[in-house]
Design a protein around this ligand. Structure first.
Ligand SMILES: [Cu+2]
Length: 114
């Protein structure tokens, strides 16, 4: 837009119109009754235990600079594959599960469907 079209605005007001560049690239954690976010941070799943309902969606986000994954522990029934820094992966959860990071086997988490 130009100053002619908006005579009440100063040039400065026009040029400070928000652009995609100054929007935050990280999406906020939006946890609802059916959508849950687990952060992978400091070599931990946070929270490491999550109670949820059958059919809920869980999103894991890797906040570490280290690669991680999210792998079902008992039967390797599912896995996110490798998540690099900033990557995320989501899954619809239908049953309780123990999971871990196959790259760092001490990293463990639990999904409890109730
Ligand atoms: Cu890991």
């Amino acid at each position: 837009m130009t100053a002619e079209e908006y005579p009440d605005l100063t040039t400065e007001e026009i040029v400070t119109t928000p652009t995609a560049e100054n929007e935050k690239p990280e999406f906020a954690l939006k946890n609802t009754s059916s959508f849950h976010t687990i952060e992978i941070k400091e070599m931990k799943f946070q929270p490491d235990q999550l109670k949820l309902h059958k059919g809920d969606t869980v999103l894991w986000i890797n906040r570490d600079i280290t690669d991680h994954d999210v792998t079902e522990q008992t039967k390797k029934a599912w896995t996110s594959s490798k998540l690099s820094m900033g990557d995320s992966w989501s899954k619809v959860v239908t049953e309780s599960a123990d999971y871990f990071c196959s790259l760092h086997v001490v990293m463990k988490g639990k999904l409890i469907v109730q």
